[in-house]
Design a protein around this ligand. Structure first.
Ligand code: ATP
Ligand code: MG
Length: 397
C-alpha cells in the first residue's frame, strides 16, 4: 500500500497545504492482513485544488467523478481515487448533494459501516472515529448511525451489509442492521441493476457466501429482486466440492448453483440484472452443462468434454455436477484438467480441397464429421489416419 509513488502523492498534497489519508477498503483489508484491492484516499482540499497541486507535482490527474468530489491520480500507471472530505446532505436514496468539509469525522460519518470509516495518514497513524477496529476484530458489521436512516439514504447499503458480513462477519449479524434490512428490502428494486449486481457479485466471491445468502433469504431480502436464486443446498454442495478439491470458482458459478437449471429462467435473470454478454453466456452455459456431463467424468469422455466446452466451463460444470450428485468422484476428471492441452485437429480445409472436393459447404461438413470421429478416438489419429478415414467413408458411400 505504501510505495515511493504514493509517498510522492501524499507529500505533494502536504506541501500544497493539505492532507491525504488512506481510507475505506484498503485500510480495512490491510488491518486484516488480507490482499488489498483498490487504494483510495480522502483529502481535506477541494478536488480542484488537489488536481492543481498534483498536476504541478508532475502527476497525471483525471477528473473521474469531480461532481461528487473524486479525482483520479495516476501514479506509476495505476489510478488512485482521491475524494474530498464530504458531508452528505439531502440524500434522496442515491444522489447525495455534496457539501465539502475539512472535518475528517464528518467525512467518516457519511460512510456506511464502522470498519469502512478507518483512515491511515502518511505516518501510519490510524484514525478510527466509530470503533471500527473493534468491530472488525469481532467480525461485526455495524452501520454508522441508525441503520434504518442510513439505508433510507442509500438502499444499496442493504446489500453491502450482507456483502461485508460474508467477507468479514463472524457469529450473528448485528440485530438492528438485520432488522432494518428486513424492513426495507422492498426498496431494493428501486436501485439500478448495475449497482445491485456489483454488490451481489462481490458477495458471492467471498470464501463462504452461504451464511449471508441464507440470511438474505430468511430476511426476505432476495424476494424482491432475486427470488429464483434460492437453491441453497446446491450452493452448499458446490462449496463443499470446492473445498474438497481445493478449487475456488467464481461468483458466476456460485450464482449458477443457486439458480434453477433451465436456460430460460436463467436468461431472464441475466437480462434483468444486465450482466455483461460474457457473464450472461457463462451462467447460461452452466445451466445446462452439468447434466450433459452426467456419466462422463472418466478420463476419456471427460477429455472430450474439455475439448468441446473448454477447460474452465468443463471444470466448473464438473463441480456443479458434484453439487447435484454428492457421491460422485471428480478426482479423475480434475486430473485431466490439470494436464489438459487442447489437441489440434490435424486436418484443414486445404486437405479436403486437395481430395477434389469443390469449395463450398461440403468441405466444412466433411471436416466437422471427421473432427467428431477424431475426438471420439481420444484425439489419437494423425493426419494420415484422418485422410484414410475419409477415403474409407467415401468408398462406403
Ligand atoms: P472493496 O473496494 O473491497 O469492494 P470498499 O469498502 O473499498 O470495498 P468501495 O465500494 O470501494 O468499497 O467504497 C470505498 C469506501 O467508500 C467504503 O469503504 C465506504 O467508506 C465508502 N462507501 C462506498 N459505498 C458507500 C455507500 N453506498 N454508502 C456509504 N459509504 C460508502
Ligand atoms: Mg474500494
Amino acid at each position: 500500500m505504501r510505495n515511493e509513488g504514493l509517498r510522492r502523492l501524499m507529500n505533494a498534497i502536504k506541501t500544497g497545504g493539505g492532507e491525504a489519508r488512506f481510507v475505506g477498503g484498503c485500510v480495512r483489508d490491510a488491518l486484516l492482513g488480507r490482499a488489498v484491492g483498490d487504494v483510495d484516499f480522502a483529502c481535506n482540499l477541494s478536488p480542484a485544488k488537489t488536481a492543481e497541486i498534483l498536476t504541478k507535482a508532475g502527476l497525471k490527474v483525471v477528473p473521474t467523478g469531480i461532481d461528487h468530489g473524486t479525482i483520479t491520480a495516476v501514479v506509476e500507471h495505476k489510478g488512485y481515487e482521491i475524494t474530498a472530505l464530504r458531508r452528505d446532505v439531502e440524500t434522496d436514496g442515491r444522489h447525495a448533494k455534496v457539501v465539502y468539509t475539512d472535518d475528517w469525522q464528518e467525512d467518516a460519518a457519511r460512510r456506511d459501516f464502522t470498519f469502512n470509516a478507518l483512515y491511515v495518514d502518511a505516518d501510519g497513524k490510524i484514525y478510527d472515529y466509530f470503533d471500527g477496529r473493534a468491530d472488525l476484530a469481532e467480525g461485526h458489521v455495524r452501520f454508522i448511525g441508525k441503520a434504518q436512516a442510513r439505508i433510507k439514504e442509500d438502499v444499496l447499503r442493504i446489500l453491502r451489509f450482507f456483502r461485508f458480513h460474508a467477507w468479514f462477519g463472524r457469529g450473528d449479524p448485528d440485530g438492528d442492521g438485520l432488522a432494518a434490512c428486513h424492513e426495507l428490502a422492498g426498496l431494493i428494486p428501486g436501485l439500478s441493476v448495475e449497482r445491485i449486481w456489483r454488490e451481489i457479485s462481490k458477495l458471492l466471491a467471498a470464501e463462504n457466501p452461504l451464511p449471508s445468502w441464507k440470511l438474505m433469504k430468511e430476511q426476505g431480502v432476495l424476494e424482491p429482486f432475486l427470488a429464483e436464486a434460492d437453491h441453497l443446498n446446491r450452493l452448499e454442495a458446490l462449496l463443499i466440492a470446492e473445498q474438497k478439491y481445493d478449487i475456488a470458482t467464481s461468483s458466476l458459478v456460485r450464482l449458477a448453483a443457486l439458480l434453477p437449471k433451465d436456460v430460460t429462467s436463467v436468461t431472464t435473470l441475466t437480462q434483468r440484472l444486465k450482466l455483461s454478454n460474457r457473464e450472461a453466456e457463462k451462467v447460461q452455459e452452466l445451466a445446462g452443462l452439468p447434466d450433459r456431463l452426467h456419466g462422463r467424468l472418466d478420463p476419456v469422455p471427460f477429455r472430450r468434454a474439455l475439448y468441446e466446452y473448454g477447460e474452465e466451463p468443463a471444470r466448473d460444470a464438473a463441480l456443479l455436477l458434484a453439487a447435484d450428485e454428492p457421491g460422485v468422484d471428480l478426482e479423475p476428471a480434475l486430473a485431466e484438467v490439470a494436464v489438459w492441452e487442447r489437441p489440434i485437429f490435424p486436418l484443414q480445409g486445404q486437405d479436403i480441397l486437395k481430395l477434389g472436393v469443390p469449395a463450398g459447404p461440403e468441405v466444412g461438413n466433411i471436416l466437422r464429421a471427421l473432427e467428431e470421429w477424431w475426438a471420439g478416438q481420444d484425439f489419437r489419429p494423425g493426419k494420415a489416419e484422418c485422410l484414410g478415414e475419409i477415403a474409407r467413408r467415401r468408398n462406403h458411400a
